[in-house]
Write a protein that binds this ligand. Structure first.
Ligand code: TUI
Length: 315
C-alpha cells in the first residue's frame, strides 16, 4: 500500500489529490474522490461565497471524509470564498495562480490545513515559513494556468527547499508517473486531466471525448502576452487566440476579453469552436472513462508494482 506523511496529516487513505479544476471540480467529482480515499477538491474559482457554501453542503451530503477547496487567487471572489472556508470549517484549502500569504494566518488559526499550489521554489519557501501544511509543486505539463518550470526539475528543487510534504502535479496520470514523483521526493500526487474523464465528473461529454481522443501533441499554451499562460487542447479557439496574441494591433484588454467565458463554454456547452478546453499534456495517456474509485485503486496498484519492480534494475 502506497502511503506517506500526507495520509496521516489529512486523514486520507491514498496520497492522491484531485486538482481543483475551475468550473469542473464540483461536489459530484470531489465527493467521489474523497469517498474513494483520495483528497477531493472543490473549485472555488467560479463561485461567490454563497454558491461555494451551497456546494460544500452538497458535498457533505455525499461524503463524510476529508476534502479540500481550491481558491483561485485571481478570482474576484477570493476574499469572500476565503471567509466561507473558515465559517464552514473546511478541512483543507489549496490555492492557485498567486501568492496566498494574505490568507494563510486566517486559515491556519481556524484549523484549516493550507496547501498552496506553487510553481517555484521561492513561493514554496515563503508559504512553508508561514505555516503551510504541505505544498503542491505544479509543473508546466499541467492543464490550465502554469508557471515556467516543469515537473521533473521543479519537484526535487522544492523537496530540497522545504521540510513539509511536497505533492507533485503536472504530467502525472498513471502509476508510472506517481512512482516517478515519489522517486523525486514527492509524498503524493495531484491529477486533473485523469479525473476530468471520471464517470462522476459532470463536464460536457464533448470535453471528455476530446480528452480521450487526444494524443501527445494535442495541447498548446496561450496567454503568455497577458501574463496568464494556460495550457489547453488545440482547437479553433486556441488558434484564434494565438493569432490575436501575435497581432500587435490587438490590445491586451481585447485579448483578455476574448478569453473571458471560454472555459465555461467548454465545460458547460462543449463548444469546440469557442471554448477553452484546459487540459494537461498527459491527455494522450488518458484512454478510458472510469469511476474515481477505479482510477485511484488502479493507480495505487500500478505505483506499487512499478516501485517493487524498480529494484530489479539493481545488480
Ligand atoms: O491555478 C492553477 N491552474 C489554473 S487556475 C485557472 S483559472 C484561470 N483561467 C484563465 C486564466 C487564469 C486562470 C486555470 N488553471 N494552477 C496553480 C498554479 N499556480 N499554477 C501556477 C501558479 C502560480 C503562478 C504564479 C502560482 C503563483 C505564482 O506567482 C505568485 C507570486 O506572486 O509569486
Amino acid at each position: 500500500m502506497i502511503k506517506s506523511r500526507i495520509c496521516e496529516l489529512l486523514g486520507i487513505e491514498y496520497p492522491i489529490f484531485q486538482g481543483g479544476m475551475a468550473w469542473v471540480a464540483d461536489a459530484s467529482l470531489a465527493a467521489a474522490v474523497s469517498e474513494a480515499g483520495g483528497l477531493g477538491i472543490l473549485a472555488g474559482m467560479n463561485m461567490n461565497g454563497e454558491q461555494l457554501r451551497a456546494e460544500i453542503k452538497k458535498l457533505r451530503t455525499l461524503t463524510a471524509k476529508p476534502f479540500g477547496v481550491n481558491v483561485m487567487l485571481m478570482s474576484p471572489f477570493a476574499a469572500e470564498v476565503a471567509d466561507v472556508i473558515v465559517e464552514e470549517k473546511v478541512p483543507v484549502v489549496t490555492t492557485g495562480a498567486g501568492n496566498p500569504l494574505t490568507f494563510i494566518k486566517k486559515w491556519t488559526e481556524a484549523g484549516v490545513k493550507v496547501i498552496p499550489v506553487v510553481a517555484s521554489v521561492s513561493l514554496a519557501k515563503m508559504v512553508a515559513k508561514r505555516g503551510a501544511t504541505a505544498v503542491v509543486a505544479e509543473g508546466g505539463e499541467s492543464g490550465g494556468h502554469i508557471g515556467e518550470a516543469h515537473t521533473l526539475p521543479l519537484v526535487p528543487q522544492v523537496v530540497d527547499a522545504v521540510d513539509i510534504p511536497v505533492i507533485a502535479a503536472g504530467g502525472i496520470a498513471d502509476g508510472r508517473g506517481m512512482a516517478a514523483a515519489f522517486m523525486l521526493g514527492a509524498e503524493g500526487v495531484q491529477m486533473g486531466t485523469r479525473f476530468l474523464v471520471a464517470k462522476e465528473c459532470t463536464v460536457h461529454q464533448t470535453y471528455k471525448d476530446k480528452v480521450l481522443a487526444a494524443g501527445d501533441g494535442a495541447t498548446v499554451v496561450n496567454g503568455r502576452r497577458i501574463g496568464h499562460p494556460a495550457r489547453a487542447l488545440k482547437n479553433p479557439f486556441t488558434r484564434s487566440f494565438a493569432a490575436r496574441e501575435a497581432d500587435p494591433t490587438a490590445t491586451d484588454e481585447e485579448l483578455t476579453a476574448f478569453g473571458t467565458g471560454a472555459l465555461r463554454k467548454a465545460v458547460k456547452e462543449g463548444d469546440w469552436e469557442n471554448g477553452s478546453f484546459l487540459c494537461g499534456q498527459v491527455a494522450g495517456l488518458v484512454k478510458k472513462e472510469q469511476t474515481c474509485k477505479e482510477i485511484i485503486e488502479e493507480i495505487a496498484a500500478e505505483t506499487e508494482t512499478v516501485l517493487k519492480n524498480a529494484t530489479l534494475r539493481l545488480r
